[in-house]
Write a protein of this length. Structure first.
Length: 136
């Protein structure tokens, strides 16, 4: 496996170092992993759910499900709405519910979209699962 080289560092006039942003061939700054997660989660259809691991895998980082969870935890303060309630764990459980405004808000949002939840678990999870790797 090829090792990734560390990001280039630029010395400022004062002698301190600053990391350079990665630039795509179009000249635009590369999106952060969290931004990529948010963009993908915004595509999850109403009435469907996906998992932290499925998002990580679709973004080419299959072992980063926990990072997706961290992104979802921070998604509530963003400018663009992210339907974080549609992201559950690999068993369909509402493990992220503690990061919502109330203990039942995540379940209520799912139920408003026609998704049945019992004991903090999505009923018919397999049928409602939306896999971005296959759907996009």
């Amino acid at each position: 496996m090829k090792k990734k080289s560390p990001p280039k560092v630029n010395k400022t006039a004062g002698g301190s170092t600053a990391q350079l942003k990665k630039i795509t061939p179009s000249g635009k700054a590369e999106h952060s992993f969290f931004d990529q997660v948010y963009q993908l989660v915004q595509q999850v259809p109403k009435g469907r759910v996906t998992t932290y691991g499925a998002i990580a895998k679709a973004l080419g980082s299959g072992l980063s499900a926990r990072m997706v969870g961290w992104a979802m935890n921070g998604s509530h303060s963003g400018v663009n709405p992210v339907p974080a309630h549609r992201v559950v764990n690999r068993n369909g459980q509402l493990t992220g519910k503690i990061h919502f405004g109330s203990a039942t808000e995540m379940q209520e949002l799912l139920e408003n979209e026609g998704i049945a939840v019992e004991n903090d678990t999505v009923i018919n999870f397999r049928e409602l699962f939306w896999d971005p790797a296959n759907e996009l």
